[in-house]
Design a protein around this ligand. Structure first.
Ligand code: ATP
Ligand code: MG
Ligand code: MG
Ligand code: MG
Length: 486
């Protein structure tokens, strides 16, 4: 296709910076900062929540934001927005995806937001208007929320046919960030991939033929802890469009996995399998369909794992870490059991993910190649461990469980509680007393041999990489001179 992922992203950013005076800001890391209501960043607006709530530190740069645009790394695998179960089954939900967004904080509102979106889609990206449908909020008597007739009229005045402007209720057209937080009625743009007569009936119906691409939220309320809605100090606009879905439309494909964000990764997966057939895009419940689903799951999950680890979220025991651990398990299961890839295969895919995402500054600034190196090394270590773990029983004939657990911990940087859990699944238990003894012996050895520098290996290696990550890499969204350039 004429549009590459890089060009689509750049065109979006430039439309808002050059034609509509928006300021480009970098993606925040996927680990939410100081927001316990979230497991992962699930939308572009997360980092702007303080502005929407009217509580941004007045000395911060953010306080001066009026119009901004970005491409945000999002993960929807837990909490209110959890798409894990759809991934692989359909061709347009990912656990990790990029959300293109523009915002107005107390600046423009509905008329301008709709007009900008419409012009960008139909005139810049040149998507035929007859393929686009929009939905608007039909109101909710129980919450005392009125229908958004204003937005319906705006779309009609922009030239949409009345049968392309459709009302929907709370579930689809009242957007909320989580159990609490900013929210409001929204209007969404859907694309008809087929050009069928009954497309209107397929809007918001989980059909691969008519897919939602862009959500324009009119932020007017905050959902409080007690479930009530409080009016926000000012009205804002918050939009989000899935880059992968838009790219699919612009490349004339039917599946996100057939675009340049995925095809190199699917080929790389094919190369590491031991003779699995190549990806062929099927979604039926047949043997071929199951193999293709495994390809999609592995491609999706390895992206998520790479980006999360690069942003400092490691598979672990609670919260987001636990979710990531489940994703890791699923990725290992599908790649080894369905695609017959060797256990270490996952790690070998990280460079391909990094290349696709970093080469075009596709994940602006906050993901750096060094961070992806950390992800590769970490996945290598964990795959090694899974391998060791599957041979664990054998291993334990000759050594105590304590010795094995301790070696996993010392040499591969494995958290002891994670080892506990892995063994529990195999009806085994670590001799905790033995581990404590080994730890104490180690400590003593170390204090005797001044620093214990001889004990290097992967554990140290990972630590130094993590250190590099914490020191050398801009890991924040507070860089003052960000400019989006390719
Ligand atoms: P859907 O109804 O398809 O699940 P949504 O209504 O949950 O999407 P929004 O919260 O409105 O999605 O997010 C804004 C945009 O982000 C969507 O219009 C879509 O383009 C994109 N998007 C949302 N979830 C995903 C996902 N899991 N994978 C890829 N893109 C997504
Ligand atoms: Mg959804
Ligand atoms: Mg939706
Ligand atoms: Mg939506």
């Amino acid at each position: 296709g004429q549009y590459t992922s890089q060009k689509v992203r750049r065109t979006f950013i430039e439309f808002f910076t050059e034609q509509h005076r928006h300021r480009a800001v970098p993606s925040a890391p996927v680990r939410p900062r100081g927001d316990p209501s979230l497991l992962f960043v699930n939308a572009g607006m997360n980092q702007f929540k303080p502005i929407l709530l009217g509580c941004a530190d007045p000395r911060s740069e953010m306080a001066s934001y009026q119009r901004v645009v970005n491409s945000q790394k999002c993960v929807r695998a837990g909490g209110k927005h959890n798409d894990l179960d759809d991934v692989g089954r359909d061709v347009y939900h990912h656990t990790f995806f990029e959300m293109l967004g523009n915002w107005s904080f107390g600046d423009y509102f509905k008329v301008e937001a709709c007009a900008m979106a419409w012009h960008l889609l139909t005139e810049v990206y040149e998507i035929p208007a007859e393929r686009l449908y929009v939905s608007y909020f039909s109101g909710d008597a129980a919450s005392g929320l009125p229908a958004d007739e204003e937005t319906r009229h705006i779309w009609l005045s922009l030239g949409l046919r009345p049968d392309h402007v459709l009302p929907f209720g709370m579930k689809d057209n009242f957007w909320e960030m989580g159990e609490t937080g900013p929210c409001g009625p929204c209007t969404e743009i859907h694309y008809d991939h087929v050009g069928t007569r009954n497309a209107a009936a397929l809007v918001n119906a989980d059909s691969p033929d008519v897919v939602e691409i862009w959500n324009l939220v009119f932020m007017q309320y905050n959902r409080e802890g007690d479930g009530g809605l409080r009016a926000l100090p000012q009205c804002s606009v918050d939009t989000g469009m899935g880059l992968e879905r838009l790219l699919t439309v612009l490349q004339g494909k039917r599946s996100n996995y057939d675009t340049d964000l995925f095809t190199p990764l699917l080929s790389a997966i094919h190369q590491v399998t031991r003779g699995a057939p190549a990806y062929s895009g099927r979604t039926e419940q047949t043997d071929a369909g199951r193999v293709d689903m495994a390809y999609r799951v592995v491609a999706d999950h390895v992206r998520t794992l790479s980006v999360c680890i690069a942003d400092g979220v490691y598979p672990g025991m609670t919260g987001a870490e636990l979710v990531l651990r489940r994703i890791l398990r699923r990725a290992v299961r599908f790649s080894t059991e369905v695609l017959h890839a060797p256990e270490g295969a996952l790690a070998s895919l990280v460079p391909t993910v990094a290349h696709i995402l970093v080469s075009g500054v596709s994940v602006p600034q906050s993901s750096h190649p060094v961070q992806f190196t950390v992800a590769t090394r970490w996945l290598l270590a964990i795959c090694k461990c899974i391998q060791i773990n599957s041979g664990f029983k054998l291993y334990c004939w000759s050594r105590s469980t304590a010795a094995v657990a301790w070696s996993l911990h010392r040499n591969l940087g494995f958290p002891l509680d994670l080892i506990d859990l892995m063994l529990e699944e195999r009806n085994m238990a670590v001799d905790k007393h033995g581990v404590e003894q080994l730890a104490a012996e180690q400590e003593q050895l170390q204090s005797q041999s001044e620093g214990g520098a001889e004990e290097r290996g992967l554990h140290m290696d990972l630590q130094s990489l993590a250190e590099l990550q914490s020191r050398g890499v801009p890991h924040t969204n507070d860089s003052p001179k960000y400019s989006y350039s390719l």
